[in-house]
Design a protein around this ligand. Structure first.
Ligand code: NG1
Ligand code: ZN
Length: 546
């Protein structure tokens, strides 16, 4: 190990830390302009080796900055079952990232001691990257870090974030979750999709057709690869495939959700069913234009509603008494929560923003459907639920209806990527549900009507002055801010508003919804002003939207 540390020191000087740079492992890992990240990547490689030794399992490292602009990059660690890195290790990541060169070895030693890590334990790390121009050299820095500390690596090259999570889970379950190859991923998902759509009656080519905005990123590449496994069960036209446009620029799921308009690079004709992925393909939103050319967005809330309704009905048909719930955040449209609780009678939980919080809450149920409004989400099935479904699907004594439901539940388990939200997998499940239901996007959209809403950002000198409670729905500091928000909300109908510091950008996010778009916009603006005045706004005062 001494020799290993010398190697780390030597190699680390080739990945020097810019003096004074401080970065934090946040909700999305490390994320900033790509030129500041070389030393971070090397050190994340080191940390992954320790995490692998500690868990005696393969760990994943994904190099991506998701929906951020092309100039940015980032990195996230993936824990053994494909889940996000454990919280205590996030702070180790931050410590390592910010250690000066001469402190690096002692920082490593401290983690080794605290965690009681057996240094002789073998370590294995899977690495993936997105299509950013900086990703190639940054993922090489990751590999350098892994090797410097004596870890074994497997470089998957260009993969989506959820594909890397899947690989890690497959590897650590000795193949029970699937085969740890990109081929294995396509086979598992596409076979399940094909089985699901056997339950759909004759679909026309129009019904099978979908337009996909690949955000000029990795999702477009991987969707094209996946199509050969779909046997014409789905007819896909890919836009923003990276051949011309810039990654995430005026396109992708985040753009469409926040701007509430179609991306550039795609013409949305009435009747077309469209969706957008984000830059690393872990988010998806759907949309269409009606006959009046009015744009309709089907976001994560609409997706959660479609999926949970489908699953709830299957569970009833199968005669399975399993607890199903939908997990959302404060950004979930009020109409979706109302519909799920009052019409569908489904349990709804609200957690803080950030996938790990939703994932965690979803684990408490037999079937936990979780989605952020921005389109990141998946379904988790408990071990007990999977076993019961499995048993029933093999039971020869049950009637046809129960059998059919059990088989569909089984295929749903296989089509969904339970490790993390996955645009490719979510798209297949949504397409299958629409096909089985014989449902158009218009019909799906009409299940409930979104309350008009608006999301804004406010720049403040230190966003940490805002502290929140109640799953971020109320601000406890600075003093007077929540009272101000409450006062403003009272002036509008069906209104709701909250503010929180972003975990990924240096801004405070403002959300408002109300009975009309004008009211939602006005309320969002007034709340932005309150934040600007009470929480140390910088730059120009927020301007009204109209
Ligand atoms: P922040 O910047 O903390 O709001 C954003 C998203 C999260 C999550 C993370 C990670 C919104 C309002 N926030 O977090 O939901 O996806 O990025 O990518 O969409
Ligand atoms: Zn993403």
């Amino acid at each position: 190990m001494m020799a290993q540390f010398e190697e780390v020191s030597k190699q680390s000087s080739l990945h020097p830390k810019p003096a004074g740079l401080v970065l934090q492992y946040g909700t999305a890992g490390f994320r900033t302009n790509s030129k500041h990240l070389d030393h971070i990547m090397f050190r994340v490689g080191l940390l992954a080796v320790l995490r692998s030794k500690k868990t005696k399992a393969t760990i994943g490292i994904m190099v991506t900055a998701s929906h951020n602009p092309e100039e940015d990059n980032g990195v996230k660690l993936v824990d053994p079952m494909g889940e996000m890195l454990a919280a205590t290790w996030e702070s180790y990541a931050t410590t390592l990232a910010n250690a000066e060169q001469e402190e690096l070895i002692s920082a490593l030693n401290e983690i080794i001691e605290k965690e009681g890590i057996d240094k002789s334990q073998e370590a294995s790390v899977f690495v993936g990257k997105d299509t950013r121009s900086s990703s190639a050299s940054l993922s090489q820095a990751v590999l350098d870090g892994v090797h410097a500390l004596g870890g074994h690596s497997k470089d998957y090259g260009l993969v989506t974030t959820p594909q890397l999570h899947y690989m890690v889970c497959c590897e650590n379950t000795q193949g029970k979750y699937g085969d740890a190859t990109v081929e294995g991923y396509y086979k598992k998902l596409c076979q399940a999709f094909t089985q699901l759509i056997e339950n759909a009656s004759n679909r026309t080519d129009d019904q099978k057709h979908i337009c996909v905005d690949g955000a000029n990123g990795i999702g477009a590449l991987k969707l094209r690869e996946m199509m050969s496994h779909l046997n014409k069960g789905l007819l896909v036209t890919i836009f923003n495939d990276g051949s011309k446009g810039k990654l995430n620029h005026q396109c992708g799921a985040d753009f469409v959700k926040v701007q509430q308009k179609p991306p550039t690079g795609i013409e949305v004709h009435p009747g077309d069913r469209c969706c957008s992925f984000d830059g690393d393909a872990d988010r998806i939103v759907y949309y269409f234009a009606d006959s009046q050319q009015v744009f309709h967005l089907l976001d994560g809330d609409k997706i959660a509603t479609l999926i949970s309704t489908f699953l709830k009905e299957l569970l009833i048909q199968a005669g399975l008494n399993l607890r199903i719930a939908v997990v959302q955040t404060a950004y979930a449209n009020g109409s979706s929560t109302h519909y799920l609780e009052n019409t569908m009678n489904v349990t709804v939980r609200c957690t803080k923003t950030g996938v790990k919080h939703l994932h965690h809450a979803a684990l408490e149920f037999d079937v936990g459907v979780y989605f952020e409004a921005n389109g990141h989400g998946t379904v988790l099935f408990s071990k007990a639920a999977e076993d019961k479904i499995q048993q029933l699907a093999q039971d020869s004594s049950i009637d046809d209806e129960r059998k059919r439901a059990a088989l569909m539940l089984q295929s749903t388990i296989n089509v969904i990527n339970q490790t993390v939200g996955d645009a490719l997998s979510d798209m297949l499940l949504i397409e299958a549900i629409l096909a089985i239901r014989g449902m158009t996007v218009e019909q799906w959209d009409r299940i409930y009507t979104d309350l008009p809403n608006r999301q804004l950002k406010v720049k403040v000198s230190d966003r940490r002055v805002i502290d929140t409670t109640d799953a971020e729905r109320r601000a406890v500091s600075p003093a007077g801010l929540q009272d101000a928000i409450d006062g403003l909300v009272k002036n509008y109908r069906e209104a709701r508003s909250f503010v929180r510091p972003s975990g990924t950008e240096d801004v405070v996010r403002v959300y408002a919804e109300a009975d009309t778009q004008e009211s939602a916009d006005a309320l969002a603006h007034e709340v932005s002003l309150a934040v600007y005045r009470l929480a140390g706004g910088v730059g120009d005062e927020p301007k009204p939207l109209h």
